[in-house]
Write a protein that binds this ligand. Structure first.
Ligand code: SF4
Length: 184
């Protein structure tokens, strides 16, 4: 069982196969330069190291903002998120429950899509993950009944073709369960 070390260039591939919807959404939004301060909830669960994260974000942002400005403004936010500077806020400890009960502000992208997307957006996002038909309707049904983590678990099951008896309770756990299935 080798510890997985993730390099920035692997992130797209991993996002496609193993990210839960919340992290996919954040990654997408981050690429539009909006939500950098929230960072990726990845470092503990997946072995993304601070320096890798900095390299990743730098490559995402520096074409847009210039590398000098990146180092001045953005690197600080990233280090801050990883608990290296300023207040030791650890975003990686956010469980699904906490994410679901949070109220994202306008322009924030760190909520739970099952809870915070409208139906149309959620449908589109799930379609994008290759989920359709009965599976999709079943998931939307759970959402209507406010069983968001169950909806996420069903998405995991639909996209991985296995049952997930423990249920999903943390974005990093979704990721590691996914890697377990894919590497089995
Ligand atoms: Fe992310 Fe948890 Fe919501 Fe799934 S249930 S999308 S892992 S916050």
């Amino acid at each position: 069982n080798d510890a997985t070390e993730i390099s920035p260039k692997d992130i797209d591939q991993l996002a496609r196969t193993s990210f839960p919807l919340c992290m996919r959404h954040m990654l997408e939004k981050v690429r539009h330069l909006k939500s950098y301060v929230h960072g990726l909830p990845l470092d503990q669960g997946a072995g993304l190291k601070l320096e890798d994260a900095l390299t990743f974000w730098r490559s995402e942002f520096s074409q847009k903002v210039g590398s000098e400005r990146f180092d001045k403004e953005y690197a600080y936010s990233i280090r801050h998120n990883y608990g290296k500077e300023g207040k030791r806020t650890d975003y990686t400890s956010y469980s699904c429950q906490k994410i679901i009960s949070a109220t994202p502000g306008v322009g924030d992208h760190h909520g739970c899509p099952y809870r915070h997307f409208g139906e149309e957006n959620l449908r589109a996002a799930l379609n994008n993950m290759g989920v359709g038909g009965n599976a999709l309707e079943g998931i939307l049904d759970k959402v209507k009944n406010r069983h968001y983590q169950l909806a996420c678990t069903m998405t995991f099951e639909a996209t991985h073709g296995v049952s997930c008896d423990t249920g999903i309770n943390h974005p990093n756990q979704y990721f590691s369960e996914s890697q377990k299935v894919l590497q089995a």
